[in-house]
Design a protein around this ligand. Structure first.
Ligand code: PEP
Length: 260
């Protein structure tokens, strides 16, 4: 069976106008059409989902959101529900990004809240992308236990049917928002992807461990996408700052378009 690579663009709180959003999106759209092995998911801020949903899409291009509420509907001021974004043609949603787990102000999301969001996303028919990753590395390997606990507490209790479709994005916080030179090496990424599959196997069984898609995110730029795709053992990439620069992002897409 053909294995598609998934490349996710996380625009975070950028750009500032719908015109700019459309301009970036159109650059991505034209390049995506020519890709053979890659599915591209663009996750703009909520206000741009509507204008972007009105554009034309090649088969391998999808809209996604960066978050959803952990409630279905009702009196939750400022929240956006899973159904609202589903009705704007979004197919994917990023859940548990580190910038939501550890925001610069206020309380962050717990694994428990993230688990609820995953459940709701699956229930309404969205495909969630669960982000995990440690703040820092230590020599004793405490970061490995930390990642295992995140996976366990975020996924425990979800039905097998849902777990079979799980996408895990490994995003070490210490490697986010830097240059590719400060990010992880493909060899280290390879190792951690094996570890994540081992954890999934221990917790949920072989089928879920082998079926899961594992992405890497953290300062991937056009200089590093190809080696990570070739040697990092990943099913795809989650791209932050580089996804806002259409030329650089298109390069990343081309480098990701390899048969696996
Ligand atoms: C992210 O925050 O999801 C991310 C991958 O960001 P960057 O590529 O900018 O490190």
């Amino acid at each position: 069976m053909k294995k598609h690579t998934i490349v996710v663009a996380n625009w975070k709180m950028n750009p500032e106008t719908p015109e700019e959003a459309k301009k970036i999106f159109n650059g991505i759209r034209l390049a995506t059409k020519r890709l053979k092995n890659v599915k591209v998911v663009v996750c703009p801020p909520f206000p741009f989902l509507y204008p972007l949903s009105k554009l034309k899409y090649p088969k391998n291009l999808f809209l996604g959101a960066q978050n959803i509420s952990n409630e279905i509907k009702g009196s939750f001021t400022g929240e956006v529900s899973a159904n609202m974004i589903k009705n704007l043609e979004a197919k994917f949603v990023i859940i548990g990004h580190s910038e939501r787990r550890y925001p610069s102000a206020g309380e962050g999301e717990s694994n428990e809240v993230i688990r609820k969001k995953l459940q709701i996303a699956f229930d309404v028919g969205l495909t969630p992308i669960l982000c995990v990753g440690e703040k820092e590395r230590d020599n004793e390997g405490a970061y490995l236990a930390f990642i295992k606990n995140q996976i366990k507490e975020c996924l425990i209790g979800l039905s097998k049917k849902y777990l079979l479709d799980i996408i895990v994005a490994y995003e070490p916080i210490w490697a986010i928002g830097k240059s590719y030179k400060n990010a992880m090496s493909p060899t280290d990424i390879h190792e951690i992807v094996l570890y994540i599959r081992k954890v999934l196997d221990e917790l949920f069984g072989r089928n879920i461990a082998t079926g899961a898609k594992v992405l890497y995110g953290g300062s991937v730029e056009s200089e590093s996408a190809l080696p990570i795709m070739k040697y990092g053992n990943v099913d795809g990439l989650l791209i932050g700052h580089a996804s806002l620069k259409p030329e650089q992002f298109v390069e990343i897409l081309k480098e990701s378009d390899i048969k696996r």
